[in-house]
Design a binder for this molecule. Structure first.
Ligand code: FES
Ligand code: FES
Length: 180
């Protein structure tokens, strides 16, 4: 069974040692997904697998037989940016942009984890009906995505702007009161 990447079926590589990251970048030329450390420590290579975030440098492509992979290229629909992409622009969430695709994919996966009620190390109330996405919660959950430029304040503002009310309730990018 092929892997589906951004909605299109792609044959599995014949060499089982090929990482998902190398399949994306070297074979399919989807260079939006970045190579940083290549050892699972920086988050630059984060993609979504059936909506869950993974670091693609530590994943073998053949493991994802029949699964749906979404990369940064797959978030834009008909030339329209995903609300989180637009919010990164609005809030200066990047400088060089190298970490940005991983940050955005990771944040989308993170918001889905909160919606499923998965707590983090800093979640205070484990018996509540929902988990609030405040700055501490966000920083903890995004700690696997490093930004060498130090654009973290803009990154946090952009993510809060879109996901503070939950992933299914996208805010209009650019509403400053949402970033508190
Ligand atoms: S390149 Fe995969 S985590 Fe750094
Ligand atoms: S914007 Fe340069 S590494 Fe994050």
């Amino acid at each position: 069974m092929p892997i589906k990447i951004n909605g299109s079926p792609v044959p599995l590589p014949s060499d089982p040692r090929v990482s998902l990251l190398d399949l994306l970048r070297e074979d399919l030329h989807l260079s939006g997904t970045k190579v940083g450390c290549n050892q699972g420590a920086c988050g630059a290579c984060t993609v979504l697998v059936d909506g869950e975030r993974i670091v693609s440098c530590l994943a073998l492509a053949v493991q994802y037989d029949g699964r749906e992979i979404t990369t940064i290229e797959g978030l834009t629909e008909n030339g329209v940016l995903h609300p989180l992409q637009a919010a990164f622009v609005e809030h200066d969430g990047f400088q060089c942009g190298y970490c940005t695709p991983g940050q955005i994919c990771s944040a989308i996966g993170m918001a889905a984890e909160i919606a499923r009620g998965i707590p983090s190390h800093v979640t205070g109330n484990l018996s509540g009906d929902s988990i609030a996405l405040d700055r501490d919660e966000l920083r903890e959950r995004m700690s696997g995505n490093l930004c060498r430029c130090g654009a973290h304040n803009g990154i946090v503002d952009a993510i809060l702007n879109v996901f503070a009310d939950g992933p299914s309730q996208f805010r209009q990018a650019g509403t400053p009161e949402a970033a508190q």
